[in-house]
Design a protein around this ligand. Structure first.
Ligand code: ASP
Length: 340
């Protein structure tokens, strides 16, 4: 695909070459994310960050990524503080905001809403999550993390094995990630969920049509055997009809150090799109894993910044200019040391 000026709505837009190019740009931008260098390549550009659903990582890391390239960020974080609350359509909001900004990131609770918004926007729109449908930038940073973690263990994505655990029905991060994995060769995917929260058929079909091995499990221990990556997810309580319905699933699959030691191969990487539910009744990824060196969740969040910087640089066509506007950082920063 041509990234320049494009909306980024779904991972269906990418082929393997696109992913390779994006990750090359992300690697080149890492010194800027680590605060070794500073660039002002997007000085004067404005990002509208529109988040109509709760968000910490996606909202802040998109904002930081834009700032790190020298641009300014305007945020709207609630429907009630925008004119949508007065009955304004997505179409009109898009027409207006695209007059104020150079690029828009949008999260919205309805599936397909970001695509609808994008059709009326005069500037590129990046999907920050549309209901239970897709979360493309999360999948890209997850895949970037998978690639880095596997490489550090002398492995490649082709032929690797992953167990995806938890709410696979409503988890949009999982839907996007699984579709991206289908672009690689001979991946083995264990889909591990409670009955009732299985992966949608259309997502499974993408993997099967690509010739990948898909195994469905309803038992946690059996499902997490013989994999390189364990990708755990949260029960998406906001997508259930009531909190009581979500409670039926909460805490059914808890991964802790003892379960990990008993069932996983010693070097299995642990990932999670976050937030992990740390309430007593949930604890899907226990705190006792915090000292496990294979816990990659904070390397994953750090990777979110470079991958989102790469998306902006490619969509706004400044990849070749980043270094022209660069200089060393002069202030003290602990970020020069990679996080654990
Ligand atoms: N942060 C991710 C999302 O927005 C995962 C989650 O919320 O569970 O989809």
């Amino acid at each position: 695909m041509d990234f320049v000026g494009s909306h980024i709505i779904s991972v269906d837009q990418f082929d393997r070459g696109d992913i390779d190019r994006l990750f090359e740009v992300a690697d080149a931008l890492a010194p800027f994310a680590r605060r070794e260098r500073i660039t002002r390549v997007l000085q004067g550009a404005i990002l509208s960050n529109m988040f109509f659903e709760p968000s910490t990582r996606t909202r802040v890391s998109f904002g930081c990524a834009f700032n790190l390239l020298g641009g300014d960020v305007r945020e709207t974080t609630e429907v009630k503080s925008s004119a949508l609350a007065k009955g304004e359509s997505l179409h009109d909001t898009a027409r207006v905001l695209s007059g104020y900004s150079d690029v828009i990131v949008m999260r919205h609770p309805e599936e397909g809403s970001v695509a609808e918004f994008a059709t009326a926007s005069r500037v590129p729109v990046i999907n920050g999550g549309d209901g239970a449908n897709e979360h493309p930038s999360q999948a890209l940073l997850d895949l970037y993390t998978v690639r880095r973690e596997l490489r550090a263990r002398g492995r490649a994505i082709d032929g690797f094995r992953i167990a995806v655990v938890g709410d696979l029905r409503f988890g949009r991060a999982v839907h996007s990630l699984l579709k991206l994995l289908a672009l690689f060769d001979q991946v083995t995917v264990h889909l591990v969920s409670p009955p009732g929260l299985e992966t949608p058929d259309d997502v499974v079909a993408v993997l099967q049509d690509g010739g990948h091995a898909v195994e469905v499990y309803h038992d946690l221990g059996a499902g997490i055997h013989h994999v390189d990556i364990l990708y755990v997810t949260r029960t998406q309580e906001e997508r259930f009809a009531s909190p009581e319905e979500a409670d039926r699933y909460r805490g059914l699959f808890r991964v802790n150090q003892a379960i990990y030691t008993e069932n996983c191969e010693p070097n299995t990487v642990i990932m999670h799109p976050l937030p992990r539910d740390s309430r007593a009744q949930a604890q899907e990824l226990d705190d006792d894993l915090n000292t496990n060196p294979n816990l990659a969740i904070f390397r994953q969040t750090d990777n979110g910044v470079v991958v989102r910087m790469a998306l902006f640089a490619m969509v706004l066509d400044v990849v070749d200019q980043v270094q022209d506007h660069a200089r060393p950082v002069t202030w003290y920063t602990a970020k020069r040391t990679p996080s654990g």
